[in-house]
Ligand binder design. Structure first.
Ligand code: FRU
Length: 433
């Protein structure tokens, strides 16, 4: 199967010698999106009161675990680590994006988290957005992939790597230590990936961000998928062609992972959706399950879909991606709380996937929605805005994958679990246990 190579302990970058073959992007079409339906199997339960807040001082949103090169969750001397976008709770929730700082949290059991500190000393960008973190246990160093973002109105996003840090573990906690070097991996090229300038008139938001590291299960190459846009001739936000989200692909061209080459996107949502956020893979039974997040407000005119985790499956990197559940919908917020969660991350656990996310505007229910829409939140007094926002990890959910179908099987009410970690090179491609 596709995960075979992961267990061979291939040396960095050399793989089997065969380089990945690129191909045409698959399409998420309007026809697919018209099949979106919030059935029980594809809807998260309403989050109960969850007083267990991960940080008193910081809003916490997009989160990713430290993983080994083979994709499995790292457990180092008994500790698991997650990284999160964070910002001071002095800010109103809407202001957090432009002040995002990556911080780490550690845990012995994968659900009770203690705040460590900042992940970087001198990162690139005015602020940092989502990414992924890989620990090479032989080199004892972390490769931290992130988005170097410029402040508005420039709003530029570049893929960046911070490397050199390692971990000092003790009986009571974990420290990030070591000098870090930061490099830009890639910028939008204007051909495969739309530049900010090209997008100016078109749309609502722009993306070149969220690099998610994986080792290609067959070739052993070091790669990332990321959130991009395909250049299109859409004219303004009323033009469906202005909605041009894609899943970008890049490959490292040196063993240090400091040099990268942009490859064509492998999935596009032209005339469907503007944002295919935080793309990531789960490899199971030789299948490539590609997950993305998207928002209700980024669907193209004439379509509608919820804030949700969406997914696609193929048998290779540039295979023919089929939308899961015929529409792509995998895990939606419930209609009664349409903005309660976001930024779902699917991680393999045994034969299922465990989906971690954060509590978003959980205070907006469908009744208040008529009165206070998401757009209006920013006009409320600061304290009221903060009341409506979660800004902490949500209860994780267990989802079953069965070919092209999925269903929610459990909510893990007592915690913000990530799968338990183990030692590297033993578990296959992040299959956990
Ligand atoms: C998803 C997201 C990411 C981005 C971050 C910015 O929640 O939009 O794509 O990195 O949030 O806050």
């Amino acid at each position: 199967g596709a995960i075979g190579a992961a267990g061979l302990g291939l040396s960095i970058g050399t793989g089997t010698g065969a380089a990945v073959e690129t191909g045409e992007p698959s399409a998420w079409t309007r026809e697919h999106a018209n099949n979106i339906e919030l059935t029980d199997d594809l809807t998260a339960p309403v989050i109960d009161e969850n007083p267990d807040v991960i940080s008193d001082d910081y809003w916490v949103w997009d989160t990713w675990p430290l993983r080994y090169r083979d994709g499995s969750i790292a457990k180092i001397n008994g500790w698991q680590i997650v990284f999160s976008l964070t910002a001071s709770k002095d800010l109103v929730p809407g202001a957090r994006h432009n002040e995002a700082t990556i911080r780490y949290f550690y845990s012995r059991n994968g659900h009770d988290w203690t705040e460590g500190g900042t992940a970087f000393e001198n990162p690139l960008g005015h602020h940092q957005w989502a990414g992924s973190a890989m620990y090479d246990h032989e080199q004892d160093q972390i490769y931290h992939f992130y988005t170097a973002t410029s402040p508005e109105p420039e709003f530029r996003q570049r893929l960046a790597l911070g490397k050199g840090a390692s971990l000092e573990t003790g009986p009571h906690g974990v420290d990030l230590v070591g000098d870090q070097e930061h490099v830009i991996m890639a910028e939008a090229d204007g051909e495969l990936y739309q530049t900010l300038e090209q997008s100016r008139d078109q749309g609502i938001v722009y993306a070149f961000r969220d690099p998610w590291y994986f080792r290609h299960p067959e070739t052993g190459e070091d790669m990332v998928v990321f959130e991009g846009n395909t250049p299109t001739d859409g004219e303004d936000p009323s033009d469906p062609r202005s909605y041009n989200g894609n899943v970008g692909v890049a490959r490292a061209t040196n063993d240090d992972l400091t040099e990268w080459e942009l490859l064509p996107p492998n999935l596009e949502a032209i005339e469907v959706n503007q944002q295919l956020e935080r793309p990531h893979y789960v490899f199971q039974d030789g299948k490539w399950y590609l997950f993305v997040l998207s928002h209700e407000f980024t669907f193209a005119p004439g379509l509608s879909g919820p804030d949700a985790l969406y997914g696609f499956v193929a048998d290779s990197l540039y295979g023919d991606y089929e939308p899961l559940n015929e529409s792509g919908l995998v895990l939606a917020n419930p209609e009664a709380a349409p903005f309660q969660g976001y930024s779902w991350l699917a991680m393999p656990q045994g034969n299922d996937v465990l989906v971690e996310s954060f509590e978003n505007f959980r205070g907006l229910d469908d009744t208040s929605r008529g009165e206070i829409g998401l757009d209006e939140v920013g006009f409320l007094p600061a304290e009221e805005q903060k009341e409506l926002f979660g800004g902490t990890l949500a209860p994780s959910l267990k989802v079953q994958l069965d070919g092209t179908e999925t269903r929610v099987v459990a909510e893990l009410n007592d915690g913000h679990f990530i799968p338990s970690g183990g030692s590297p090179n033993g578990n296959g491609n992040g299959r956990g246990r």
